[in-house]
Design a binder for this molecule. Structure first.
Ligand SMILES: C[S@@+](CC[C@H](N)C(=O)[O-])C[C@H]1O[C@@H](n2cnc3c(N)ncnc32)[C@H](O)[C@@H]1O
Length: 152
Protein backbone atom coordinates (compact mmCIF):
# COMPACT_ATOMS: atom_id res chain seq x y z
CA UNK A 1 0.00 0.00 0.00
CA UNK A 2 1.16 3.53 -0.75
CA UNK A 3 -0.42 6.28 1.27
CA UNK A 4 -0.81 7.68 4.74
CA UNK A 5 -2.63 5.98 7.58
CA UNK A 6 -3.51 8.42 10.38
CA UNK A 7 -4.71 7.22 13.79
CA UNK A 8 -6.67 9.44 16.18
CA UNK A 9 -8.49 7.98 19.21
CA UNK A 10 -10.47 11.11 20.07
CA UNK A 11 -13.73 11.41 18.11
CA UNK A 12 -13.75 15.23 17.89
CA UNK A 13 -10.13 15.44 16.83
CA UNK A 14 -10.69 12.57 14.39
CA UNK A 15 -13.39 14.60 12.64
CA UNK A 16 -10.93 17.49 12.28
CA UNK A 17 -8.34 15.05 10.96
CA UNK A 18 -10.84 13.70 8.43
CA UNK A 19 -11.54 17.22 7.14
CA UNK A 20 -7.80 17.87 6.84
CA UNK A 21 -7.33 14.53 5.08
CA UNK A 22 -9.92 15.43 2.46
CA UNK A 23 -7.90 18.54 1.59
CA UNK A 24 -4.54 16.74 1.57
CA UNK A 25 -2.64 16.38 -1.73
CA UNK A 26 -1.97 12.68 -1.02
CA UNK A 27 -4.40 9.90 -0.01
CA UNK A 28 -4.83 9.87 3.77
CA UNK A 29 -6.90 7.26 5.60
CA UNK A 30 -8.00 8.41 9.06
CA UNK A 31 -8.94 5.70 11.56
CA UNK A 32 -9.78 5.28 15.22
CA UNK A 33 -6.75 3.72 16.87
CA UNK A 34 -3.89 4.12 19.32
CA UNK A 35 -0.13 4.18 19.04
CA UNK A 36 0.16 1.17 21.35
CA UNK A 37 -1.58 -1.09 18.80
CA UNK A 38 -0.84 -0.14 15.21
CA UNK A 39 -2.96 -1.78 12.50
CA UNK A 40 0.01 -2.76 10.34
CA UNK A 41 2.05 -5.90 9.89
CA UNK A 42 5.66 -6.26 10.98
CA UNK A 43 8.28 -4.32 8.95
CA UNK A 44 5.65 -2.96 6.53
CA UNK A 45 5.93 0.81 7.07
CA UNK A 46 8.52 3.26 5.71
CA UNK A 47 7.90 6.19 8.06
CA UNK A 48 6.10 6.65 11.38
CA UNK A 49 5.27 10.24 12.33
CA UNK A 50 4.54 11.34 15.89
CA UNK A 51 3.43 14.93 16.36
CA UNK A 52 2.67 15.83 19.98
CA UNK A 53 1.48 12.29 20.73
CA UNK A 54 4.24 10.71 22.84
CA UNK A 55 3.43 13.24 25.58
CA UNK A 56 -0.06 11.72 25.80
CA UNK A 57 0.27 7.96 25.33
CA UNK A 58 -0.15 5.95 28.51
CA UNK A 59 3.19 4.14 28.10
CA UNK A 60 5.83 5.52 25.74
CA UNK A 61 7.81 2.25 25.70
CA UNK A 62 4.80 0.28 24.46
CA UNK A 63 4.02 2.86 21.74
CA UNK A 64 7.64 2.95 20.58
CA UNK A 65 7.92 -0.84 20.56
CA UNK A 66 4.94 -0.79 18.19
CA UNK A 67 6.66 1.78 15.96
CA UNK A 68 9.78 -0.41 15.89
CA UNK A 69 7.67 -3.48 15.05
CA UNK A 70 5.92 -1.93 12.03
CA UNK A 71 8.92 -0.05 10.60
CA UNK A 72 10.98 -1.80 7.95
CA UNK A 73 14.74 -1.94 8.62
CA UNK A 74 16.05 1.54 7.77
CA UNK A 75 12.56 3.01 8.27
CA UNK A 76 12.23 6.35 10.02
CA UNK A 77 10.46 7.76 13.04
CA UNK A 78 9.89 11.50 12.57
CA UNK A 79 8.96 13.18 15.82
CA UNK A 80 7.86 16.58 17.07
CA UNK A 81 7.19 16.55 20.81
CA UNK A 82 7.32 18.74 23.89
CA UNK A 83 9.67 17.25 26.47
CA UNK A 84 11.15 17.57 29.95
CA UNK A 85 13.09 20.78 30.53
CA UNK A 86 16.90 20.56 30.64
CA UNK A 87 16.86 23.05 33.55
CA UNK A 88 16.64 21.29 36.93
CA UNK A 89 14.27 23.80 38.52
CA UNK A 90 11.92 23.87 35.52
CA UNK A 91 11.95 20.07 35.31
CA UNK A 92 11.10 19.92 39.03
CA UNK A 93 8.20 22.34 38.39
CA UNK A 94 7.03 20.11 35.54
CA UNK A 95 7.13 17.09 37.87
CA UNK A 96 5.05 19.05 40.39
CA UNK A 97 2.31 20.04 37.94
CA UNK A 98 2.20 16.73 36.04
CA UNK A 99 -0.56 14.97 38.06
CA UNK A 100 -3.01 17.87 37.65
CA UNK A 101 -1.83 18.72 34.10
CA UNK A 102 -2.33 15.11 33.01
CA UNK A 103 -5.91 15.07 34.32
CA UNK A 104 -6.77 18.41 32.70
CA UNK A 105 -4.99 17.94 29.36
CA UNK A 106 -6.14 14.59 28.03
CA UNK A 107 -3.32 12.51 29.53
CA UNK A 108 -0.52 14.86 28.44
CA UNK A 109 2.73 14.72 30.48
CA UNK A 110 4.98 17.81 30.41
CA UNK A 111 7.95 16.06 32.05
CA UNK A 112 8.91 13.17 29.77
CA UNK A 113 12.43 12.43 28.50
CA UNK A 114 11.00 11.38 25.14
CA UNK A 115 14.29 11.32 23.19
CA UNK A 116 15.83 9.04 25.84
CA UNK A 117 12.89 6.65 25.54
CA UNK A 118 13.13 6.70 21.72
CA UNK A 119 16.81 5.72 21.97
CA UNK A 120 15.97 3.13 24.63
CA UNK A 121 13.44 1.54 22.26
CA UNK A 122 16.30 0.53 19.95
CA UNK A 123 15.96 3.34 17.41
CA UNK A 124 19.05 5.27 16.30
CA UNK A 125 18.51 8.97 16.90
CA UNK A 126 19.99 10.64 13.84
CA UNK A 127 19.31 14.25 14.70
CA UNK A 128 17.37 16.34 17.18
CA UNK A 129 16.68 20.06 17.18
CA UNK A 130 15.76 21.36 20.66
CA UNK A 131 13.98 24.66 21.14
CA UNK A 132 11.65 26.52 23.48
CA UNK A 133 8.15 27.16 22.21
CA UNK A 134 4.94 28.53 23.67
CA UNK A 135 1.77 27.12 22.10
CA UNK A 136 -0.39 30.08 23.17
CA UNK A 137 0.70 33.68 23.75
CA UNK A 138 1.34 34.19 27.47
CA UNK A 139 1.85 30.49 28.16
CA UNK A 140 5.24 29.31 29.44
CA UNK A 141 7.73 28.21 26.81
CA UNK A 142 8.18 24.45 26.94
CA UNK A 143 11.17 22.52 25.62
CA UNK A 144 10.34 20.94 22.26
CA UNK A 145 12.21 18.51 20.06
CA UNK A 146 12.04 17.93 16.33
CA UNK A 147 13.95 14.89 15.25
CA UNK A 148 14.59 11.80 13.18
CA UNK A 149 15.35 8.29 14.38
CA UNK A 150 15.88 5.17 12.29
CA UNK A 151 15.32 1.47 12.77
CA UNK A 152 18.64 -0.38 12.41
C1 LIG B 1 -1.55 17.50 22.20
S1 LIG B 1 -2.67 16.65 21.14
C2 LIG B 1 -1.82 16.84 19.58
C3 LIG B 1 -2.72 16.80 18.42
C4 LIG B 1 -2.03 16.73 17.05
N1 LIG B 1 -1.32 15.46 16.91
C5 LIG B 1 -1.10 17.88 16.77
O1 LIG B 1 0.07 17.66 16.46
O2 LIG B 1 -1.55 19.03 16.86
C6 LIG B 1 -2.35 14.95 21.62
C7 LIG B 1 -2.95 13.96 20.66
O3 LIG B 1 -2.58 12.63 21.03
C8 LIG B 1 -3.71 11.81 20.86
N2 LIG B 1 -3.52 10.60 21.67
C9 LIG B 1 -3.69 10.45 22.99
N3 LIG B 1 -3.40 9.18 23.36
C10 LIG B 1 -3.05 8.54 22.24
C11 LIG B 1 -2.66 7.18 21.96
N4 LIG B 1 -2.55 6.30 22.93
N5 LIG B 1 -2.39 6.85 20.69
C12 LIG B 1 -2.47 7.79 19.69
N6 LIG B 1 -2.84 9.06 19.88
C13 LIG B 1 -3.12 9.43 21.14
C14 LIG B 1 -4.86 12.69 21.34
O4 LIG B 1 -6.13 12.20 20.96
C15 LIG B 1 -4.48 13.99 20.66
O5 LIG B 1 -4.90 14.04 19.32
Amino acid sequence: MTGVLALEPDRTLRELALAAARAAPVPVTVQDGVAESLPASDASIDVVVSSLVLCSVADQSVALAEAVRVLRPGGLLLFYEHVRSAHRMLAAAEDLVTPLWTRMAGGCHPNRDTVGVIAGAGLTVQGVERFGFSVLPGNPRLAHVLGVASKP
